[in-house]
Design a protein around this ligand. Structure first.
Ligand code: UDP
Ligand code: MG
Length: 345
């Protein structure tokens, strides 16, 4: 099904029909979440049981330095269905999500934060959306009052800028909390890029999508992992990954400035003929000099942002390194997928 280095992506939909009894993979990136993991399991298990389907947890320990890995590995050793991937260091949430998607075996994946800011009850509604035929059901944060004013307004600015500049439509205030069908997982896994701005990639792959509005509660326990410097770079990753406009705009800016400079040069020359040479002009020279050196540095800096990312892509380093995998029970109960595996043996 997955041809190596295919230039186009063809996803087969397993005989056009979705399974009636899908296996659900819950993908959870976790970085120093020891304080909240217990609450998380308590809150999610009843919901997963209530779906009536088999499920597995796919935890990705993103290089936690607290007890996260210990707590999770003993849970899996005690029969929690699914597996724990331990990354060799902190690779960031986007990389952790990619790892989780790769390790998920489900017909459906649900991506959810470990801190219970993504209400688990919504999983049931997401499944309804999936049954109604949507391949993507994403959570839409209608109430972000748990975020600071600063975070909300900068996030709002980012979404507006992104949607104006990028060639894809990314729903504002959609997070990573979402259900995706196997077809979407397979499509995502075939994207070769190293810069994995997941929100953008989710939008880029397309497929019928449904929004599910919800209020985002504050963190259950533990602390947030993103500061403004990280978020700023995250925003740059997103923009540079999905639009080349910041690069191309300098062509038009430059053309405009050259045109102005040409007209001004003409005017100056004619003025010399008419009125002779006059020396004053320090202020105008200085202002023009400072202005244009500023513009040049800015444009070079912009090019630098892209070159740095090209450089990272060119190195072709893997997105993450898995240090160990701890397997729990295969799934919460025997499934069609397990039967198929037994048949193959
Ligand atoms: N996370 C991660 N790696 C990181 C940072 C965060 O896997 O480097 C996980 C974190 O454990 C949590 C989720 O990503 O499950 C969201 O993190 P956080 O709650 O700090 O972000 P916010 O809610 O502020 O977007
Ligand atoms: Mg959070």
């Amino acid at each position: 099904m997955q041809e190596a280095a295919a230039s186009n992506i063809y996803i087969s939909r397993r005989g056009d029909r979705r399974p009636d009894d899908p296996l659900i993979s819950l993908i959870v990136p976790a970085y120093n979440e020891a304080e909240v993991i217990g609450h998380f399991l308590e809150a999610t298990r009843p919901v997963l049981e209530a779906t009536g389907h088999a499920y597995e947890y796919v935890f990705v320990d993103d290089g936690s330095r607290d007890d996260t890995a210990n707590i999770l590995s003993s849970e899996f050793k005690n029969g929690l269905p699914g597996r724990l991937l331990g990354l060799s260091r902190n690779f960031g949430k986007e990389a952790a999500l990619s790892a989780g998607l790769e390790a998920a075996r489900g017909d459906i994946a649900i991506i959810i934060d470990a801190d219970l800011q993504d209400p688990p009850e919504l999983i049931l509604q997401m499944l309804d959306g999936w049954r109604a035929g949507y391949d993507v059901v994403y959570g839409l944060r209608v109430d972000r009052s748990s975020d600071t004013v600063m975070k909300r307004s900068t996030a709002g600015m980012f979404y507006r800028l992104f949607n104006r500049l990028a060639n894809i439509d990314m729903p504002a205030n959609a997070g990573d909390f979402r259900l995706i069908d196997r077809v979407v997982i397979d499509a995502l896994l075939q994207l070769p890029e190293r810069n994995r701005f997941m929100k953008g990639l989710f939008a880029w792959v397309g497929f019928p999508a449904m929004a599910l509005p919800y209020e985002r509660p504050p963190r259950k326990a533990g602390t947030g992992k993103f500061n403004y410097w990280k978020l700023w770079n995250f925003a740059l990753d997103g923009l540079t990954g999905f639009t080349t406009l910041p690069l191309r705009v300098w062509f038009y800016g430059g053309a405009l400035v050259s045109l102005g400079a040409f007209a001004y040069a003409l005017y100056l020359t004619l003025r010399v003929f008419a009125h002779g040479i006059d020396v004053p002009g320090y202020a105008s020279l200085m202002v023009a000099l400072l202005f244009f050196s500023g513009v040049q540095l800015l444009s070079i800096g912009m090019i630098g942002e892209y070159i740095a990312r090209l450089f990272n892509e060119a190195k072709q380093r893997p997105v993450f390194i898995v240090q160990d995998v701890i397997e729990g029970a295969p799934t919460s109960r025997p499934t069609r997928l397990a039967d198929e595996k037994n048949d193959a043996e």
